[in-house]
Ligand binder design. Structure first.
Ligand code: NAD
Ligand code: MG
Length: 394
């Protein structure tokens, strides 16, 4: 029996992870966490007979305690640490969104606990320090992100030195093929063509920042330099990634887009569990198509590659500025094209030397957020925010 704690349990990945656990006799869950939505968290805890939860927001924790639920409610950052310490799980699934996931990743790895990582921001922000910590304590980092799970499965059996290139596939998001994104609305951007996900990653998929973050994630997970990681747009999202080997072989990982597949592999691999996912019928699919990403219309992918290549804390700055800009866009305070503009201006203005300690990353994240908030205000006053549903220009 493998016992896990799920952080970010009320989100898209968290809920799908609980579905996967319910389908396996070999998996159990002893603890859950969420940000402030205490009611759905307690509902999940009741449904899965879990008696210990943590809420990042102290007021939400207070409300949960006062609700008459007879389990233990921990609170704040210390609460997540205590949750992990009390449950002593075999693995922590980190499905928190944003750089808020970094602290909990550090806690799990420091304890030597296997980290099933959906929170790509932990690796984007923490990079070398996170992988060094994992190496020092011997804790494994297992990818949950579908592209990285695919790559992990594809190269697991290969000896060192045979991988020539990693190729990440990208759906292209809802604006693929467009060259003018000045009028797009929040509703347009939230309508992802192939994956159903939380709000922040859905916007990241529309700007292609998600693929940029995944490029940095792949670099750290697999130790492959940036010039040997390519991105190809594949609108059907049926190929989850590819590897080119030195002998000219290309291997691909295929399946319907359903996150329960990579979640199950992260928790259960190399063994497989039965999932109610239709097998791929290629004759029915007919065509798989591919195209180059358009870096002019979607500058976030270029910015992420540049930040990765610049190294130091540039990816931390990129991520913080992006989180603030996406938040402002979702709040209707920044136009869609303002997201890349904010990220670019903050990257240009913020010093990003290498981090020596985790504290450097938290300081850099806070500084980049301050700058991004200022840049977002300037961007918002320079260009109006599009409103309404679907009336955007092409
Ligand atoms: P989501 O918004 O649906 O859920 C986020 C979860 O994190 C919620 O449970 C929320 O309560 C919790 N949370 C938010 N802020 C927190 C904080 N400050 N402290 C503690 N908990 C907090 O997000 P999601 O789509 O499930 O994505 C989660 C992570 O997985 C992201 O890093 C995302 O990039 C990654 N990911 C998601 C998908 C997907 O299909 N949804 C695919 C690949 C990777
Ligand atoms: Mg992905």
């Amino acid at each position: 029996m493998k016992d896990i704690v799920i952080l970010g349990a009320t989100g898209s990945i968290g809920v799908q992870a609980l579905d996967v656990v319910g389908r396996s006799d070999d998996l159990s869950v002893s603890g859950l966490s969420a940000d402030c939505r205490w009611e759905p968290l307690l509902e999940l805890a009741r449904e899965h007979s879990i008696t210990t939860v943590a809420l990042a927001d102290p007021a939400a924790a207070e409300a949960a305690r006062g609700s008459g639920w007879d389990g233990t409610v921990l609170e704040g950052e210390a609460g997540v640490r205590e949750l992990i310490a009390r449950c002593e799980p075999d693995a922590v699934l980190n499905a928190i969104v944003g750089s808020a996931g970094l602290g909990p990743s550090i806690v799990a790895l420091t304890e030597g606990i296997e980290l099933a990582l959906a929170n790509k921001e932990s690796l984007v922000v923490g990079g070398e320090l996170v992988t060094a910590l994992a190496e020092a304590t011997g804790a494994r980092i297992v990818p949950v992100d579908s592209e990285h799970s695919a790559l992990h499965q594809l190269i697991a059996a290969e000896p060192p030195g045979v991988v020539d290139k990693l190729v990440l596939t990208a759906s292209g998001g809802p604006f693929r093929g467009r060259t003018d994104l000045s009028g797009v609305t929040r509703e347009d951007a939230l309508a992802h063509p192939t994956w159903e996900m939380g709000g922040k990653i859905t916007i990241d998929s529309a700007t292609l920042m998600n693929k940029g973050l995944e490029l940095i994630e792949a670099h750290h997970l697999f130790g492959v330099p940036y010039d040997r990681i390519d991105v190809v747009v594949h609108p059907q999202s049926l190929i989850h990634s590819l590897v080119n080997l030195v002998d000219g072989t290309t291997m691909a990982h295929l399946g319907h887009p359903d996150m329960r597949m990579p979640i199950a592999y992260a928790l259960h691999g190399p063994e497989r569990i039965d999932l109610p996912i239709e097998p791929l019928d290629l004759a029915k699919v007919g065509r798989l198509t591919f195209e180059e990403p358009d870096l002019e219309t979607f500058p976030c992918l270029r910015l992420a590659r540049e930040a990765g290549q610049a190294g130091g804390m540039a990816p931390c700055v990129l991520n913080a500025a992006n989180e603030v800009a996406v938040g402002a866009f979702l709040a209707g305070e920044l136009p869609f094209t303002g997201i890349a503009a904010v990220v670019e201006s903050v990257l240009e203005a913020t010093p990003a030397p290498p981090a020596t300690h985790f504290a450097d990353l938290f300081d850099c994240d806070a500084e980049a957020r301050r700058r991004a908030a200022g840049a977002a205000t300037i961007q918002a006053s320079a260009s109006p925010v599009a409103t309404g549903n679907g009336s955007s220009s092409r």
